[in-house]
Design a protein around this ligand. Sequence first.
Ligand code: SF4
Length: 183
Amino acid sequence: MRSPTWDARTSSGYGSRSRHGIHGVLDIETALAAADTASRLRDRVASGEKISGPAASRALSAAAQTPRFEGRIVTRAFAHKAAAFLARDGVVLYDNPDAFLICAFKRDNALCEPAPGATAPRQYDCRPGCGNTVRTDTHAHQLRQRAAELDSLAARAPGPIAGRLRANAAQLRATAEPSEAPA
Ligand code: SF4
């Protein structure tokens, strides 16, 4: 499905947004980042990558609905759209490279304990087993690469530390295995 387009080419300046100051700026930056994440997910699926995780089908649907952007200068209308877009619980995709996943953020599922009414996850506190998790083949590959690095470190580390590194590597490999569940 072709996604709609948000045209962000004509600037009216940050000062004219409905949510003023830093909140308005953050809404726009967050919406742009989410659109990039959706775009990359569409591209990966189109190139044949498989996706897995409890929120996989919801993420595919969200990615298809997420607008593309033309240009990077922000219109007055776009500022309104950004805030409204972020408020749509369950359809905003957040890239989380540190956890090797995409978060299809749905507040009620989130294990990172977002504040009541939050429209974004606490990605720095991302926790295993969350129902908002989505992984592509690329994420699985990155997890296995990281596991190999840990095994390599373990080969040069003293006993107890080597054991811990190998256990972490095994956990990463297990995480890389595809998991399927309804979104
Ligand atoms: S725990 Fe991770 S996957 Fe779950 S909502 Fe928070 S950031 Fe997203």
